[in-house]
Design a protein around this ligand. Structure first.
Ligand code: ZN
Length: 271
């Protein structure tokens, strides 16, 4: 039943549909022709219209910040007063440099005569005022002696750790200043330790001597020259025994701010 019914209906409806379809096609055809004609006429009137060029604009190059590895420029040595002379791995003393005059500071060790009294007074005051006993373990060293110390260190590292010469020299340089780069040659540095704890290592920072010096050294013109956490600037490991004379004014500023001599000269010092 369903079947016959659908057969019966189909021709009739398909006839009607195809007629309608034809009319529709005709109309679409006419519209398309008119549209084309209009488009052609419009094109003639306006002329050839250039298609806007889509220019390729390259994306801006990514901004790559320059590496901040370049050493900070420091004030040339010649413009600095004697007490602020900068000696480090970038600022070497000539092999024949020596202080004009030396004088004993403590324990048989000499320093530049101009700072001997300040050093003596500092050590004497620590004892007299606070019963802290400080002893010097190093003062002025000439270039030859510094070279000997350095070469010995290099040799030891090669023997004990099996380092190559270049590796040993690199490692030694963080512990013993390369000849020409030591403040001991300058004559303005002293290695000071507690008389009850005569050791040149980090344990020195827990001694009464270091605690006293850390608090008072600036009053005598001295600074902790190689502070903890500043190795990238000084090139030298933390040395809570190495004190450098820079004069009371600079020392007070440097110790209060907790900076290095390099930072002081670059960022704060004006002639
Ligand atoms: Zn030293």
């Amino acid at each position: 039943m369903e079947h016959s019914d659908s057969i019966e209906k189909r021709p009739k409806s398909s006839k009607r549909k195809s007629k309608h379809k034809q009319q529709m096609l005709t109309m679409v055809f006419i519209i398309v022709v008119i549209a084309f004609a209009l488009g052609f006429l419009l094109g003639l009137l306006v002329g050839t219209k250039k298609e806007p060029k889509i220019e390729f604009i390259p994306a801006p190059a990514p901004v790559v910040s320059e590496e901040v590895t370049a050493p900070k420029e420091v004030i040339p040595e010649k413009d600095l007063p004697w007490n602020l002379t900068l000696v480090n791995f970038e600022n070497e003393l000539s092999a024949d440099f020596e202080p004009a005059e030396v004088a004993e500071a403590d324990n048989g060790y000499v320093v530049d005569a101009r700072i001997a009294d300040a050093a003596k007074k500092m050590i004497a005051d620590a004892r007299a005022k606070d019963n802290v006993r400080i002893i010097a373990l190093s003062g002025y060293r000439d270039h030859a002696y510094q070279k000997e110390l350095f070469d010995n260190k290099v040799e030891r590292l090669q023997q004990e750790k099996g380092y190559s010469v270049s590796k040993a020299r690199e490692e030694a340089a963080t512990v013993v200043a390369v000849p020409g780069t030591s403040e001991h040659q300058l004559g303005l540095a002293l290695d000071l330790v507690d008389a009850r704890h005569v050791k040149l290592d980090n344990s020195q920072e827990n001694t009464a001597a270091y605690k006293w010096l850390y608090q008072h050294c600036h009053e005598y013109g001295f600074i902790v020259r190689y502070p903890n956490g500043k190795t990238d600037i000084t090139g030298i490991i933390y040395e809570p025994w190495h004190f450098r004379y820079v004069g009371v004014e600079a020392a007070t500023f440097i110790m209060e701010k907790g900076i290095t001599l390099e930072e002081y000269l670059t960022d704060y010092y004006t002639e």
